[in-house]
Design a protein around this ligand. Structure first.
Ligand code: MF3
Ligand code: CO
Length: 253
């Protein structure tokens, strides 16, 4: 069921989103060769707690995973597309690191992600990240009242070329739950699908694969989804409200 949010609810979602934006920025600022994924996770945990919020991810247990999610952030390195679990592993010069953060405050969630370079990365990595970021902005631009969900999805698909997409994965409605209806596919046809109305809030999250589209493979931890071909991936995400004034990004500091 799709729920539309009123102004008071959007204000609360803005606060949750703001905290996510602050946490993501703090974590991104701490990324350097040699830092442990668990250290980055601790930065986010502290930041979220300091704001009186809680992690949307910690202990989250959807049907498709064997265990509840054990951390504050998803940290996905190189060929891991999404849902990488932070641990003692460190990142090294040349890695690409996707940082995904969700927080809940006052009963409402925010969800956002960025991919950042670790030290110096090659030009291909810069292009992959830039295109993924562009796909997110194009999709956000399509999230206006009266448009269709397919317009948003198609904006991702169109911008993502010539990269591949993680098949079957996409964004989602968000509000009192982190994952609400509707599912927001990363491919779609313009003019098709649900009509977007004021008060709809969706997390839009293109996941682009350097080597071409595939369905990914789940690693032994039961959570991490890596590219089937071992090529690198990038992931950007914002929580976005459809408003009369146009798309409003909620997950900024
Ligand atoms: N942005 C991610 C998603 O929407 C957040 C979920 S991570 C989880 O899939 F660990 F909580 F599942
Ligand atoms: Co999400």
């Amino acid at each position: 069921m799709v729920t539309l949010k009123n102004q008071a609810e959007l204000d609360r979602m803005r606060e949750a989103g703001r905290i996510v934006g602050v946490a993501l920025r703090r974590v991104a600022d701490a990324v350097e060769p040699g830092v442990a994924l668990a250290e980055l996770d601790a930065i986010a945990a502290t930041c979220i707690r300091e704001h009186g919020a809680r992690s949307s991810f910690l202990d989250y247990h959807p049907r498709f995973t064997p265990t509840p999610y054990p951390a504050t952030l998803c940290l996905s390195v190189n060929d891991v597309v999404v849902h990488g679990i932070p641990d003692v592993r460190t990142v090294k010069d040349g890695d690409v690191l996707s940082i995904d953060c969700g927080a809940e405050v006052g009963g409402y969630h925010g969800d956002a992600a960025v991919t950042v370079p670790v030290g110096q990365v090659d030009d291909a990595a810069h292009r992959l990240m830039a295109t993924t970021r562009e796909a997110l902005s194009a999709a956000i631009g399509a999230a206006v009242p009266g448009a269709r969900l397919g317009d948003v999805s198609h904006a991702v698909e169109r911008t993502a070329r010539p990269y591949g997409l993680l098949e079957g994965c996409g964004g989602h409605g968000i509000g009192t739950a982190m994952h609400e209806d509707p599912h927001v596919p990363n491919t779609g046809r313009p003019g098709r699908g649900m009509r977007l109305r004021e008060g709809l809030v969706i997390a839009i999250e293109p996941m682009l694969i350097e080597g071409g589209g595939d369905a990914g493979r789940t690693l032994a931890d039961g959570w991490s989804i890596a590219t089937a071909d071992g090529s690198r991936a990038a992931h950007f995400e914002h929580t976005v409200a459809v408003t009369a004034d146009g798309p409003l990004i909620l997950t900024t500091p």
